[in-house]
Design a binder for this molecule. Sequence first.
Ligand SMILES: [Ca+2]
Ligand SMILES: [Ca+2]
Ligand SMILES: [Ca+2]
Length: 490
Amino acid sequence: MRPTGSEERRLRAIELGLVLSLALLVAPLVPAAPGAAASPALEGQALGLFDPYAGLWYLRDAAGHTTRLGPFGRPGDVPLVGDWDGDGVDTLGVYRPEEGRLILRASGLPIAFVYPMPGGGLPVVADTDGDGRDTVSLARGGRLYVLDGLGRGPEESTGPDPLPLPLPPGTEALVGGDFDGDGVDEVAAVHQGRVEVIAPHGGFGLGYVGTALPVAGDWNGDGVAGVGVYDPWRAAFRLVEREGTDAPRAVPYGSLGMLPVAGAFGALPGKDTPPPHRAGLPAMAMGEVGPEVALLQQELSRRHLYRGAIDGEFGPAAAYAVLTFHKVLGVERTWEWEEEDSRRMAAFILPPLPERPEEPDRVEVDVGRQVLYLIEDHEVAAVVPVSTAGGYLYYSVRSGGRVRARTPHGDFTLTRHSRGWSCDSLTGWCIYNPWNFTPMYALHGYGEVPAYPASHGCVRLPIWESDLLEAHLLIGMPFHVWDEYRPRTR
Ligand SMILES: [Ca+2]
Ligand SMILES: [Ca+2]
Ligand SMILES: [Ca+2]
């Protein structure tokens, strides 16, 4: 790995002046000389955790010793680890989705290389062309764009542009690695807890990780990558060394809120204190403030239950998110985060929803659980607390008699909408941002949204949720109301 003269000057300039300024430097990392023997003695796979709040990285080597790196990265960053320059040693990187940036480090020096990259995507590190250098591919809009160059679009790659690969619906995470041992990395998608290698002509399954955060690595040194997970609620890594043969090896490490990485980092000093270790979150209620509330908000947001700010303040939106979590689980509908909720969250998956391949964007109202699912591009984008009809008898001014409060069930579309408050001149009732799904009944914001069915027939949701949904609903959007969905057995 000899830099050319101009690259050497450039590197020195960075070291001298721009080191910590994260200057936007759009240039390839120094490539390995052709034919140079890559990968010196590998020191084995290390596991790592990125603590986004402190910007610190904790690498745990095979002997169990910790090496701390950083500060590098911040909340919102997706931690990445790869061998960007092909010297056989993995180094750190982050993808910053809101800025559309890839920021990579090539050595222990605090030099960062910044590449533009489309924002809002899901990145994955893999040596997809088998040249010994890792690159970052990106999934957006349900498709994986395999990129063999760093920070380059397909238009700059040599040879024909690779077609984007469709990802399974509901893909939540991606991992890269040589899962079949042929020397070229594949990308695997995690969807509904299953890990599946994505290939143009059919992939293969790698197992089930549930809701834990996946990492990939060659844990047993046989040249074939396996999938491991970090379970943030139990604060432990679990590694399956060979599918179906061994019980997973649990490695307790770190705490909730840290994000896992894995890589071959070479010889690590291993002289630092491990990260604070804590499983789960303590009980919390409205009014509480602190970093643990922020972690709860972040996890509820990751499960599409919370859409408020990650500000560490347990306000009404967080309380409603906890209520929604309890509703979906089918446990007692309380507004407080309880001691046993950490254990429940570790195993939490959404109930099966009706499959409607023709309707990528839609609303599903689950009357039994009293929640609404906003589906966008076939994926659950939001789980929102609602209150539907109470089933009681009431006097209807409009019909001039006693009627039963009932929410119509079935398949509808959104047919009419008005913004803000609209009041019925006959009854004096006011509703907010109504979206009608029948001439009589609407999805609408309301001041009072209790944990139980309470309305005359409309689907109530909290005012702020109604405001957030405004940008996602459309006239003509399918709107389904059902009580309990049981998937067909195949
Ligand atoms: Ca390297
Ligand atoms: Ca490569
Ligand atoms: Ca392979």
